[in-house]
Design a binder for this molecule. Sequence first.
Ligand code: GDP
Ligand code: IMO
Ligand code: MG
Length: 423
Amino acid sequence: MKAVAVVGMQFGDEAKGKIVDVLSNSRDVVAGIRFAGGNNAGHTVVFGGKEYKLHHIPSSIFHGKLSVIGHGTVVNPGVLLDEIRQLGALAENLRISPNVHVIMPYHIHEDVLLEAKKSSKVGTTGRGIGPCYADKANRIGIRIRELFDGESLNRKLEFLIPLKNSTLQHAYGWDGALDKDAIAMEYAAYGKFLKTYAFDGTVPEGTVLLEGAQGALLDIDMGTYPFVTSSHPTIGGALAGSGMPKADAVVGVMKAYTTRVGEGPFPTELTNEVGAKLRQEGREFGTTTGRPRRVGWLDIPMLKYAARVNGVTALALTKLDVLAGMPEIKIAVVYDRAGIQINALSHATDVADATPVYEIVKGWKALSQEQWNALAQEGFAALPEEAQEYVRLIERSLAVPVAIVSVGADRNATILRKPLHEL
Ligand code: GDP
Ligand code: IMO
Ligand code: MG
């Protein structure tokens, strides 16, 4: 058994979904396992002129591979059901670990009400992610397996619902009330349906993709706390959240520039018209919430950190086409912190008060999507020389090969410079 982890190296939305879809095409790949996060994630995969948006379901599903929602994730069963219905026959190979924790209605209320109360907001997706992981850590969470047994679910809710009603009403001033019987009925019905997808733990011999959500700088320990998510999008989370003992390769997915949704430090952020143009060209609006993404230049000190904490063995560079048409492109190569130069972060908190020092490189000409697609078929050497140089600069800076280059949303707009087994 071989495992290849695919992780985000920035603040999420690096196009992990697309890269997982492309890698899943390899004959070596037998399964994909989503290891962390929930429907705070939004992964877009495009092929055959159609765009698919996934929140819970692994992107390996589109190549008919066994696709497991691993025990490190949290799941909103209603959202999962909608996704399953949308996929139709494609969802046949979906499985869910019975140990996945369930996002309950009170988690969503807690998330939204807590954010509303905070003066310094995180800017969460409001999907109940933090409260669900908190209950998991506090050992009062409900797992998918508990939805299979209506009796035991009911007993657990008899304890939990009064507790949650009391917290929501008294601590947060909520004027609603949770109805235990209605919730018990709804969730037992989800259980009945999801039981048919329960994962029995068997993965066939071959390569397993560990499918990341979010990104390194959103890691609860290694990210820009408190402006992070509540799980580990990094390699440790990939192993703990999938149950795999090791990863043989780690593919770090990075956008050719940087984006961030929600609050928190962002040293290379562009709040001017250059940023507005990048947001427009890159269609940088959240897959989950539709919020405009904050955009900025590429940040090498941050990427060096993400490469190190993940042990990245290969890079997948995405959205290179979006930078086209810019006369010049800036890249943050070091940070200046109070006169001290920082080449690579030692911890994500180093991004606070960091002033990026930029290197300016020549841009490349604008091309239509059809032209990019055609260039992708010809291979790396067909790309504009300046774009090739941009890729080489990243490889030199991070000392990791760029194995995959993506120049469009479609799965065909991809250049594979190395096969899967060489990553
Ligand atoms: P994820 O959360 O990391 O899976 O990324 P998202 O799916 O949230 O965001 C990436 C967006 O960029 C999606 O809308 C993709 O369809 C799109 N995309 C992926 N790769 C490319 C690319 O190389 N070029 C362009 N222009 N768009 C891309
Ligand atoms: P994918 O998998 C981008 C961000 C939120 C917020 C912070 C905490 O599509 O890359 P949460 O709801 O998790 O408590 O919010 O994390 N965030 C993401 N940003 N892409 C994601 O997932 C994200 N998942 C969470 O915007 O700042
Ligand atoms: Mg996304």
